[in-house]
Design a protein around this ligand. Structure first.
Ligand SMILES: Nc1nc2c(c(=O)[nH]1)N[C@H]1C(S)=C(S)[C@@H](COP(=O)(O)OP(=O)(O)OC[C@H]3O[C@@H](n4cnc5c(=O)[nH]c(N)nc54)[C@H](O)[C@@H]3O)O[C@H]1N2
Ligand SMILES: Nc1nc2c(c(=O)[nH]1)N[C@H]1C(S)=C(S)[C@@H](COP(=O)(O)OP(=O)(O)OC[C@H]3O[C@@H](n4cnc5c(=O)[nH]c(N)nc54)[C@H](O)[C@@H]3O)O[C@H]1N2
Ligand code: SF4
Ligand SMILES: [Mo]
Length: 679
């Protein structure tokens, strides 16, 4: 391995670590041992040297004056943010002594890890940590906050997280960006769509908010939140009624088309229009355009699945390409997530065998507030890493009350003193991804990439892998699993005979080439990983799991007597809450705002630019209002997960429900209702 870290000057290959589908190839410019510039790597086949503004400014974050440099121990009240510097030895000793005691008095399940993908590297996000907590026998976390509902729904139709090769979307003639704010959240999909457009493709955006993505569309279709399943069923109704379906394809590659044909008769365009807020003529135009254009491509976003009915909506939309036989044409089909192609050997990386068949309880991360407050026997200690629950998890007031519990021993490992870390008893400093060894697979394109350490660890910071090695030692665990080298962990994780797409990807190839594409072929003709091997328009498995076996529209759940549906979505310059603490990114976003329809504002006597109170049974925020026509009446949209600046009330998740979605235990961030009042 080239020791990049020892070279004080030069340009080094890297990968964007953030939870973003594009997973860009990067080049890091180093001078005197420090990163002076982050740019896109022109050699990356998909991202081709273009990166977003957030990461072009990444060095501001890496060298921000507020980055944590040493372990800290709390000296003030919980949440106050008063800490004292301690050594790593002390920190590990405090944590492991406390845990050893807890294991004796309350059992290992009184300890809960809480993490997500603040850094997408597999060793960091789901490697050494899993080994450690398996060995400990801790409560397990069900990591459902992001795409769980949609992934489960899509799987019923297609068998797994598999779609088309996004590089093929330059050949598409109709591109539907459905519940995805791709200009901000998947920018290279836009680059590919623009290329397709040059060849005559049309781009349609279906969203509850006419944001930057809606503005670039040839046709923007505003829809009421949580009604996408109904729209998809209305489209199917017209496709069957007007013989716009591909009968040969349905016969050969699907099951249940006859049942579906009968079933969708009830979803007539007039009823669907009333549900979705989309004019009847537009539903007809969209169906005909979709029925008459090949290849067509649907990029299914995460937005539409953050609802009570998100699993079924995604399952339903995933049926559409089969009706018109898209999967056989280059550039035809859909992508929800492509993570299935790059699936590695989880058992070898995560070592569930270290649990020794113990059945430990599983806690859904979306319910963490409630669980911290109500679970019996209680969670006595939580270890948070690569995640910022005080800002990102729903029912935020409960989350913060739970984190503030005097008897909860809280450890937080992060690069910054996040809102969550302020509640911690012990705070540990984390390295940035550029200081680590790790391997990365995109959940959109088909490339696996490697990160080798490029800069020295910042201050005394340590990687997740490094900290779990120390914790294992402190606990007295002697298994080889905790001393295995990173290179060995990668080698073994990539040895996965069950995944035929990985055959050409291994550690050596990654070191040599930096990017290696999975050995992916078109899904059809071929056998899909569904029970029938075909696209399942009717799903016996859904029936067994207690769902309607055919795509069905169910409205989102009643949520109190408040007039507006509230959609608190991500923004352009942050990545979830990451960057929300960085001055440069804050000033680009100006301040947190809500968007409100002009008719609603008039009725409520609210004027553009005013600060309003947004509230419901769960909490309240004071936010500036933008009055206009980019949301439908009855809908309020905010963007960005802002931290609480003292004196402000802007944690949008204090308003969001912790109900679970229909499938996968997913989050329902966008299915809550609010009132908006003048202050
Ligand atoms: N700049 C930036 N990029 C990011 C992120 C970020 O925070 N900032 N986050 C990353 C992560 S973790 C993820 S999961 C992805 C998420 O990225 P996306 O898949 O784009 O999902 P969201 O941005 O949550 O929502 C997408 C759109 O769905 C709309 N929407 C909400 N409800 C509905 C609905 O019921 N129907 C329809 N049709 N539309 C609806 C929202 O208005 C929004 O414009 O982005 C990743 N990339
Ligand atoms: N209202 C609302 N809430 C949402 C969403 C929404 O659209 N609306 N989106 C949801 C979605 S899709 C997601 S994925 C979640 C994301 O929620 P989180 O996973 O919490 O994502 P971030 O806010 O980016 O926080 C990641 C944290 O990890 C830290 N970190 C980065 N690298 C490392 C590392 O190597 N080690 C350690 N120990 N820490 C590291 C970062 O500094 C940061 O504080 O938020 C969810 N919350
Ligand atoms: S956040 Fe997304 S678009 Fe920006 S550099 Fe990273 S992978 Fe690329
Ligand atoms: Mo996410």
């Amino acid at each position: 391995m080239t020791a990049f870290v020892n070279q004080r000057d030069g340009i080094f290959p890297s990968v964007c670590p953030l939870d973003c589908p594009d997973q860009c190839g990067l080049l890091l410019h180093k001078k005197d041992g420090k990163i002076i510039k982050v740019e896109g790597d022109p050699n990356h086949p998909v991202t081709q040297g273009n990166i977003c503004n957030k990461v072009r400014n990444m060095k501001e974050r890496i060298y921000d004056k507020n980055r944590l440099t040493s372990p800290l121990r709390r000296i003030g009240a919980k949440g106050d943010g008063k800490f004292k510097q301690i050594s790593w030895d002390e920190a590990i000793d405090i944590i492991t002594s406390r845990w050893k005691k807890l294991i004796e008095t309350d059992g290992p399940e009184s300890i809960l890890p809480y993490s997500f993908y603040g850094n997408m590297g597999n060793l960091t996000a789901e490697g050494m940590d899993r080994r450690f907590f398996h060995r400990l026998g801790a409560s397990q976390l069900n990591r459902t906050i992001c795409q769980s509902a949609g992934t489960t729904g899509y799987k019923y139709t297609m068998g797994g997280s598999i779609g088309i090769d996004p590089e093929d979307t330059v050949h598409s003639k109709l591109i539907i960006l459905w519940g995805v704010n791709a200009v901000s959240t998947n920018m290279h999909q836009i680059t590919l769509a623009q290329k397709a457009r040059k060849n005559g493709a049309k781009v349609i955006v279906i969203d509850v908010h006419k944001n930057q993505t809606g503005r670039m569309a040839d046709w923007f279709i505003p829809i009421l939140p949580g009604t996408d399943g109904a729209l998809a069923l209305g489209l199917m109704h017209i496709l069957f009624a007007e013989n716009l379906v591909d009968e040969g394809f349905l016969q050969k590659y699907t099951i249940g088309h006859n049942e579906l044909r009968e079933h969708v008769k009830q979803y007539d365009p007039l009823s669907v229009s009333k549900i979705t807020g989309i004019p009847v003529e537009d539903i007809y135009s969209l169906a005909r355009m979709y029925g008459e254009t090949t290849p067509s491509y649907i990029r299914i976003g995460n937005g539409l699945q953050h609802h009570d009915n998100g699993g079924m909506s995604t399952r339903t939309i995933a049926c559409l390409p089969a009706l018109t036989g898209q999967w056989l044409t280059k550039g035809g089909g859909a992508i929800k997530s492509n993570s299935g192609f790059l699936a590695f050997n989880e058992a070898s990386l995560q070592r569930p065998d270290l649990l020794k068949n113990k059945q430990t309880r599983v806690i859904n991360m979306n319910e963490i507030g409630k669980k911290l407050l109500e679970l019996d026997p209680p969670i006595k200690s939580m270890y948070v890493y690569s995640c910022n629950p005080a800002v990102v998890s729903p029912e935020g007031n409960k989350v913060r009350e739970g984190l503030g519990r005097e008897d909860l021993f809280l450890v937080v490992h992060d690069l910054f003193m996040t809102e969550t870390a302020k509640y911690a008893d012990i705070v540990l400093p984390a390295t940035s991804s550029f200081e680590n060894t790790d391997f990365y697979g995109s959940y959109w394109h088909h490339y696996m990439q490697i990160q080798q350490p490029i800069i020295e660890s910042y201050g005394e910071s340590k990687s997740n892998v490094g900290v779990f090695r120390l914790l294992a030692k402190g606990m007295g665990y002697t298994e080889d699993a905790f001393t295995e080298a990173e290179s060995e962990m990668i080698t073994r994780a990539l040895d996965h005979p069950a995944n035929p797409y990985l055959t050409n990807i291994n550690y050596e190839a990654l070191i040599e080439q930096q990017y290696v594409k999975a050995n992916v072929k078109p899904l059809l003709p071929g056998k899909l990983p569904t029970p029938s091997g075909k696209i399942e328009l009717f799903s016996e498995m859904m029936k067994q799991d207690g769902y309607p076996p055919l795509p069905t529209y169910t409205p989102i759940v009643e949520d109190g007597n408040f007039p507006y549906l509230f959609v608190p979505a991500p923004n352009h310059n942050f990545l979830n809450s990451t960057f929300s603490n960085i001055q440069k990114h804050q000033s680009l976003e100006k301040e947190p705002r809500i968007h409100m329809n002009v008719n609603d504002a008039e009725t409520a006597g609210i004027t553009d630019g005013e600060i309003v109170r947004v509230w419901n049974q769960r909490g309240e925020c004071n936010l500036k209002v933008s009055v206009g026509t980019n949301v439908l009446p009855g809908v309020i949209v905010s963007q960005g997960l802002w931290a609480n600046i003292p004196g402000t009330k802007q944690l949008v998740n204090s308003l969001t429900p912790d109900r679970l979605s229909d499938m996968g235990g997913g989050a329902t961030f966008f299915s809550g209702r609010v009132e908006v009042s003048k202050i």
